[in-house]
Design a protein around this ligand. Structure first.
Ligand code: MRU
Length: 360
């Protein structure tokens, strides 16, 4: 994607001993890039959410493990750094998927070749993520076109939650990839952007992306989506996901479940877009997905721009009140209209998933 005319991916190699990311904690107020030189830099970037989004943290962890191999390519370090990176965020399965793929590629290879092999494998993971996002975009575009054909000349209104755009992947996005392609194809679109409390990924990241691409959008409070659905102002919902279990249950940013319930009650189609690296074939049900509990500060404080231009964090709650902050919730498969993947769109069910991915 382009920022001020320059093409960026959300992660990129710098030579063969460092890589770059966009510091997403600074958006939308500042566009800052970071150079990560060690595996500890990569782990910190993931846990502090300088880099975030399920597919992207997988790619960043892969580059992080490659940096670890440059420092020490022993079996012991490979295992230890795998485990350390896997602990940085618990819910998104892409992180573990990418780390397993790295270990599988390196385990039986001579130590002196591991650093180079690891760098190549991390780059392959990143490139494949881009290709999967592009294919998801094409498959989702078909669904948006069908809706557009049913209301010729009128705007298609799509609601999305959190950020599942190019900032959450290596490029293009999952939920937002079909939206970008539909916009580029000339389909009139308007996106309802859930602000996505507590961290505000919708207001700060999705709105930043859509504005940069020229897609019409409106930021709404998370609680407004049901109201707009009742008013007939939402034609479809598309969200991303951090983990889909073998039965089609979907973990995504906290609040997604309530959107799915409201969509069901209003006959609004609710789609989930994902690369196959997000499917956890080893978990039968969504209730077994570990849900990340994040800092209470994310609920009790907000960061924003001051009238003078500086950026500050302020307290917004009654002093002394505690807060709870689950980062994700699980939407049961029965509320999902379809899963949009790089292989096509399927029902959120074991049969649906197997029809597209017979080998798992
Ligand atoms: O906590 P975050 O910002 O990493 O959560 C991101 C989401 O919930 C996204 O919707 C999900 O990772 C899919 S990204 C293509």
């Amino acid at each position: 994607m382009k920022i001020n005319g320059k093409h960026y991916r959300s992660v990129w190699p710098m030579g063969d001993d460092a890589f770059g990311i966009i510091d997403q904690t600074k958006l939308p107020h500042e566009f800052v890039t970071l150079t990560l030189r060690t595996v500890d830099d990569a782990a910190h970037a993931i846990s502090s959410m300088q880099t975030r989004g399920a597919p992207l943290i997988g790619a960043v962890a892969a580059y992080g493990l490659a940096l670890a191999m440059r420092a020490d390519a022993s079996d012991e370090n490979l295992a230890a750094m795998h485990d350390m990176l896997a602990e940085t965020r618990p819910t998104a399965i892409n992180l573990r998927w990418a780390l397993k793929r790295m270990v599988d590629a390196l385990r039986n290879r001579p130590r002196e070749t591991r650093a180079t092999l690891a760098w190549t494998e991390a780059a392959a993971i990143a490139d494949e993520d881009v290709a999967m996002s592009q294919a998801i975009g094409q498959n989702g575009l078909r669904i948006i076109k069908e809706i557009a054909d049913r209301k010729p000349g009128k705007t298609v209104n799509i609601l999305t939650h959190c950020n599942a755009g190019w900032l959450a992947t290596v490029d293009y996005g999952t939920a937002l990839a079909p939206i970008y392609l539909a916009h580029d194809a000339g389909i009139p679109l308007h996106i309802w952007v859930d602000e996505t409390r507590p961290r505000g990924q919708g207001a700060s990241l999705t709105a930043f992306e859509l504005g940069g691409h020229g897609v019409a959008h409106t930021i709404i409070a998370d609680n407004a989506g049901g109201h707009y659905m009742q008013a007939g102002k939402v034609d479809m919902v598309i969200v991303g996901t951090d983990r889909v279990t073998a039965n089609g249950d979907v973990a995504n940013k906290i609040g997604t479940y309530l959107k799915a319930l409201a969509a069901k009650d209003n006959d609004v189609p609710f789609y989930v877009a994902l690369p196959s690296s997000t499917i956890d074939w080893n978990l039968a049900h969504g209730r077994d997905i570990p849900i990340e509990e994040r800092s209470a500060d994310e609920v009790l404080k907000m960061t924003g721009r001051l009238p003078g231009g500086g950026v500050a964090t302020v307290e917004i709650a009654a002093p002394g009140s505690p807060a709870a902050n689950p980062g994700f919730d699980v939407t049961p498969a029965r509320l999902v209209t379809g899963l949009i993947t790089e292989k096509g769109t399927c029902a959120a069910s074991p049969e649906g998933l197997r029809s597209l991915f017979p080998k798992g």
